[in-house]
Design a protein around this ligand. Structure first.
Ligand code: SF4
Length: 485
């Protein structure tokens, strides 16, 4: 039985995950479009890292034995300054190393490349496994490092400067200290893999930490609508105490059981089967000033920045929708913006938005922090708009805390997201069946819209789906404010 680097890390998260990965992989959820885009991004970042080691040679072959042989040949050739995807095996553990860099003294620097912006615990496990296999295969590793993306890097246009885009962290001491633990872990992993059945490990926090496990649906059956986990922001300790008392349904929570005010309100609303509206809701809504603008932005946050002034993972806005309600009872008027090619969308985005939002009246958003931060980003990239942006930020009015603090509906199911709140308060509107129905899907649809890889008919379909989705978000806020009023 062979353990690869990824299987080893799966086993560190959960031994059952390792077992299922090897013995019943068909139970795993298939990667969706979003998973694939993360994989593609990781690949792009890996290729970029190679630019730091000119003259490096890639071990292309997929066959394990051949790859190991080719790696040895490259190591023996002193003319080769770096090896990418070098293959090594020791006592049933097989690894491929992103970068092996030959130092002037002919010792090696091992580098694992990650597209994250810092070092996570599981990265150290990952590097430690590679360090173990390469050193125990007889090679002289002087240091073992992790190259991660630096959030301090600011793109200036032209080719990305890989040496500034990455930060290389030396983890040698940590990975050496980890070796005894690794020995124990590997023993457990080989033992579990040889078992006739998967280990009996109950679902828990490990199912989504540090990653959502691909067997999540297999091990975590759907929870009923009245389950205590469907109370808003319920703390794990509260859940544990209730479960210990044999209480799993919200309906079984006693009236005098100590809960926070928010949980108690939600609990009472579910038990009575009717919505709760706080006495201060009316006063909150009085804070709104006509004309009402309802605004929403869509963004992507690419790891590799695309336009000057951007850092890795900065949010790039590409679409907005605004519904304007001039006076009570007036029909909402709609305006929108969607970038449809690969050029920099920031200037046309903010220029059209400033015009659409006028200079007075409340601007209703759902989760103000997001829109406000995007506006601040735009002000720093395009300082000529900073005065107008500043005035827009002062007019923002956040609907989310108003709902969260003054409303609960049994159909919220513990969530205050627009997707849960809208159909509960405005039953004739829903996101179900929409081709684009959340921000992540919007980002993916936009990437393929501008990427040029789809047919014209497909582009038109994606464009229409994006416009429908963003317009739905702002019309949803119009209707929710109407309903609450
Ligand atoms: S879902 Fe949870 S319990 Fe099941 S294999 Fe994954 S991590 Fe383990």
């Amino acid at each position: 039985m062979l353990i690869t680097k990824s299987k080893f890390v799966a086993g560190v998260q959960c031994l059952k995950r390792l077992y299922l990965t090897v013995h019943t992989p068909e139970l795993a959820a298939q990667p969706d479009e979003s998973d694939q885009s993360i994989i593609d991004q990781g690949r792009e970042v890996g290729l970029l890292a190679r630019q730091m080691f000119p003259g490096g040679v890639v071990v292309e072959c997929k066959d394990r034995e051949q790859a190991i042989r080719m790696t040895r040949e490259l190591i023996e050739n002193p003319e080769i300054p770096a090896i990418f995807e070098g293959a090594f095996e020791h006592r049933g553990v097989f690894v491929r190393v992103d970068v092996l860099h030959r130092r002037p003294d002919h010792r090696w620097r091992l580098i694992e490349v990650k597209s994250t912006t810092d070092v996570k615990d599981h990265h150290v496990d990952d590097v430690a496994t590679q360090h173990r296999v390469v050193t125990r295969s007889g090679f002289d590793v002087a240091s073992s490092c992790l190259a991660h993306v630096s959030r301090d890097y600011v793109y200036e246009g032209g080719p990305i400067d890989a040496s500034r885009f990455f930060r290389i962290r030396n983890l040698t001491r940590q990975v050496e200290r980890l070796q005894p633990e690794l020995t124990v872990q590997l023993r457990s992993e080989f033992r579990v893999l040889a078992m006739p059945e998967a280990p009996n490990i109950p679902a828990g926090r490990q199912c989504s930490d540090p990653f959502t496990c691909e067997f999540f649906d297999h091990c975590n059956p759907p929870i009923p609508d009245d389950h205590i986990l469907r109370l808003p922001r319920i703390h794990a300790a509260t859940v544990a105490k209730l479960v210990a008392l044999g209480i799993q349904s919200i309906h079984d929570i006693p009236e005098n059981y100590p809960l926070t005010q928010r949980l108690r309100r939600a609990c009472a609303s579910v038990q009575m089967g009717k919505p709760w509206y706080g006495a201060e809701l009316k006063g909150e809504l009085k804070g709104l000033r006509y004309p009402f603008y309802f605004a929403d932005f869509e963004t992507i946050n690419p790891c590799i920045p695309r336009f000057p002034g951007m850092r890795p993972y900065d949010q790039l806005p590409f679409q907005w929708s605004v519904h304007l309600q001039r006076q009570p009872g007036a029909a909402p008027e709609h305006s929108e913006f969607l970038a449809t090619d690969e050029s920099d969308p920031r200037l046309p985005f903010i220029s059209a938005l400033c015009d659409a939002l006028g200079d007075r009246g409340s601007i209703v958003v759902y989760h103000q922090q997001f829109e406000s931060l995007r506006l601040s980003d735009l002000a720093s990239w395009l300082p000529e708009f900073s005065g107008r942006i500043n005035k827009i930020q002062r007019r923002l009015w956040d609907l989310l805390p108003v709902v969260r603090n003054h409303v609960y509906h049994p159909a919220f199911g513990g969530s205050y997201s627009l997707k849960s709140v809208l159909p509960a308060l405005v039953p004739e509107m829903t996101y179900e069946g929409m081709e684009v129905a959340d921000g992540q899907a919007a980002g993916l649809a936009w990437e393929s819209l501008i990427g040029g890889a789809c047919s014209e008919a497909e582009r038109q379909r994606k464009r229409a789906a994006l416009l429908d989705y963003c317009a739905q978000d702002t019309l949803a806020m119009v209707r929710i404010v109407d309903a609450l009023s």
